[in-house]
Write a protein that binds this ligand. Structure first.
Ligand code: FHN
Length: 500
């Protein structure tokens, strides 16, 4: 049978991308041959089964929001774009070299004096996220520039000193919580404009003293966030690659313990800290340092074996890179709703959460393209969301047609590549205890015929089920076939083996 593929299959590209990181902490792991003595290893159990973790595991889709002072320049300043330089969007403060405006750092550090987002309405954002189908949001409380979006008592560089004045973190936490969306707080441990922040390993007694002050300050801010916003479900840490942080493994170990004690059920990913050997995400014995694998930033695992049963999330931008607001998207490939759906379903098929990033502008508006994608994604999720929420790896052989997910006795195939003969072939091992019994199209609730196809391939370990898609059903997006699976005695003819 010839199958013509209707749409490009993004996963193939993604697998190639992912395999390029082979060998790092995001790829398959080489197990240590001899185990080391580790004092600052994992704190939480390897596979948490408490209600908070199960909720995390079942989110499926999340929203990331990068918002801060960097939204004002939006990747350019006085007509000069930072796009050509190294620093972009939320990194724009570090713009240097010949293209950087004169006294740029000083200008940036004073931007807070004009931060007054007149259109900001947290309830509008939360409604949009809800309609998009997001079950959790990760919001930037403080990015690498050090500006706090809440009125922290530990630094003056915060929202209360802007013309806006009000506590943005509170507005976001309240609005999203009211919509039933769980809130996670993004927190970068870098702080470019803080004189106590090192950016390198503190060595001299003076440096150590200075950096200890910074560590205490970081601890205070984290405890303050947990205290101010007790509804928060977890922290999403960033910047922890810094040598000053890496060398502070005893401090960060104790801090993680303290955060967990003060906020039972809190979820912290693998990007928070390292062990005494400097191993990040995974300790020197290969054990994950946190509740889920947090290394999948703009990348995806090549296959389920890379994950070894761990929880994970993939955080993804719509433009190629750049998380904060970028005024000008022209000339860039920006992901389409179909691209995003492909990545979302791919992630769900490998039991991971997919988190889509939004970078609002300096007035508090999403980019028009983000609005469009949120709307289209939401329309799709309303009809097909059950293939994502609480649905996990199905243990099926990969299909060229799309991605399998599974929830109890429901098997979902999200079809991205519709076969030209309208017969969706599902292969099942001959020894499988469950096979597709019935099928429905989620798009319209229509029952679909399921035919067993014993195609008689010599030495084939699989048998096949063909689900027939009515020709009259047409769509310009991926669609979901929901199958009930159960046991059935399948008569597979034993043909005479070919002799060669
Ligand atoms: O440097 C940041 C970047 O600006 C952005 O916040 C992303 C989001 O995952 N994290 C960092 C890079 O890993």
């Amino acid at each position: 049978m010839t199958i013509f593929l209707k749409k490009s299959f993004l996963a193939i590209t993604l697998m190639i991308l992912a395999s390029s990181v082979n060998g790092q902490w995001t790829g398959p792991k080489t197990k240590p041959t001899a185990l080391k003595e580790i004092k600052y290893g994992p704190i939480s159990p390897a596979h948490r089964t408490d209600v908070d973790m199960v909720t995390f595991r079942n989110y499926g889709l999340g929203q990331f929001i990068h918002w801060g002072l960097y939204a004002i320049p939006g990747n350019e300043w006085e007509g000069v774009s930072a796009r050509g330089g190294a620093a972009a969007s939320e990194w724009i403060r570090s713009w240097g070299g010949t293209t950087a405006p004169k006294d740029w750092v000083k200008t940036y550090d004073n931007l807070y004096k004009e931060f007054n987002p007149k259109d900001f309405d947290a309830k509008r954002w939360a409604k949009q996220a809800k309609n998009m189908g997001a079950k959790y949001v990760i919001f930037t409380t403080k990015h690498h520039d050090g500006f706090a979006m809440w009125p922290t008592q530990y630094s003056n560089y915060n929202i209360s000193k802007t013309p806006y004045k009000k506590d943005i973190v509170k507005e976001v936490v309240d609005a999203y919580t009211a919509e039933g969306i769980d809130v996670y707080l993004y927190f970068s441990i870098l702080e470019w404009n803080n004189p106590d922040y090192m950016g390198k390993e503190p060595k001299t007694p003076k440096e150590k003293k200075k950096f200890n002050r910074f560590l205490q300050y970081t601890r205070n801010q984290l405890l303050e966030l947990m205290q101010n916003y007790p509804q928060m479900k977890g922290f999403w840490f960033d910047g922890t690659w810094d040598q000053s942080w890496i060398k502070s493994y005893e401090f960060t170990y104790n801090l993680e313990k303290e955060l967990r004690e003060k906020h039972p059920g809190i979820i912290i990913g693998s990007r928070f800290r390292n062990d005494e050997y400097g191993k990040r995400h995974f300790d020197a014995n290969g054990r994950m340092l946190g509740d889920y694998e947090q290394g999948w930033e703009r990348k995806l695992p090549a296959d389920i074996s890379w994950l070894e049963g761990r929880d994970w999330d993939c955080v993804m931008t719509i433009p190629p890179n750049g998380w904060g607001y970028m005024k000008d998207w022209s000339g860039l490939y920006t992901k389409t709703t179909d691209d995003i759906l492909d990545m979302l379903l791919y992630s769900a098929s490998l039991s991971g959460n997919f988190v889509l990033n939004f970078g609002p502008d300096g007035q508090g508006n999403m980019h028009p393209e983000e609005d469009k994608i949120a709307k289209e994604l939401g329309e799709w999720m309303k009809v097909n969301g059950e293939a994502v929420y609480g649905a996990h790896h199905a243990g099926m052989t990969n299909s060229k047609l799309g991605y399998f997910t599974k929830k109890e006795d429901n098997l979902y195939l999200t079809v991205f590549n519709r076969p030209i003969n309208n017969s969706v072939r599902v292969s099942v091992p001959k020894i499988a205890s469950e096979v597709p019994l019935t099928a429905t199209l989620l798009a319209n609730g229509q029952s679909l015929a399921v035919k067993h196809a014993d195609i008689g391939l010599d030495l084939d370990k699989n048998t096949y089920y063909d689900v027939l898609i009515p020709n009259i059903f047409q769509t310009d997006r991926a669609f979901v076939i929901k199958m009930k699976v159960g046991s059935q005695v399948v008569k597979v003819e034993k043909l005479m083996d070919a002799k060669m």
